[in-house]
Ligand binder design. Sequence first.
Ligand code: ATP
Length: 243
Amino acid sequence: MLKIENLSKVYPPSETALQQIDIEIEKGEFVGVVGSSGSGKSTLLKCLAMQQTWTSGTYRMGDHNITAQGWSGKRKVRRECAYLEQTPVLNVHRKALKNVLIGRTQQTPLWRMVTGMVRNDDYMGAMDTLERLGLLEKAHMLTSELSGGERQRVAIARALVHGAQVLLVDEPVLGLDPKSAETVMNTLRELALKEQVTVIAVLHQVELAEKYATRVIGLANGRIEADVKGRRLLQTEKQRLSI
Ligand SMILES: Nc1ncnc2c1ncn2[C@@H]1O[C@H](COP(=O)(O)OP(=O)(O)OP(=O)(O)O)[C@@H](O)[C@H]1O
């Protein structure tokens, strides 16, 4: 579904963050990206989300050659892939439901945005998504009253309501207590396994990647040094990754 060939990223003037990255990711895979600090994990995510320009490489999504399509390719990526930052960008003064509905604003006529009136099917869709993520009873609570893990799940709900088929998640459990981290990781795993949402998550803790992801990609100095499915990383692989 996603095919990346020979991706390189150099930040000006000369900081090489990624070199010759080749990856093919199937629909519904849950990929954990690990590696030491500065190995290029966030840059990889941003390049996949087209939030960073590519220095070189070819990007394919399904039958589409995104690289060759220029702006329309970029739009397609932005529509289908949601990039979720370490700390979700939410309006904490609004209810969880409102934050989820913000994901629908591109499809909402201006008069509805001005009057604040929400289409019934948008409302139902948002509530349905909150329920899938175990947040139904939090829908009408102010986002400031939610825990870090719940906020992270609100951000995921918003991405799904927006129509994202690929979640690019940077450190989804950063700063969360173990129980909340487990809930967020389980949510991501279930979305991948049961709903065929593709999840690519940068994870500092390799144990989390090994426990929840179906595939672990390890980066070192901007290169892929490990790419394993269905097994833990070997000690030698961890040494190559310096983790
Ligand atoms: N905007 C930028 N401008 C210049 N160099 C950058 C920029 N962003 C990242 N880099 C450099 O690119 C390299 C990879 O950075 P990146 O943030 O992708 O690594 P990371 O593996 O996500 O690190 P961490 O785990 O510490 O978040 C690093 O050497 C970093 O200093």
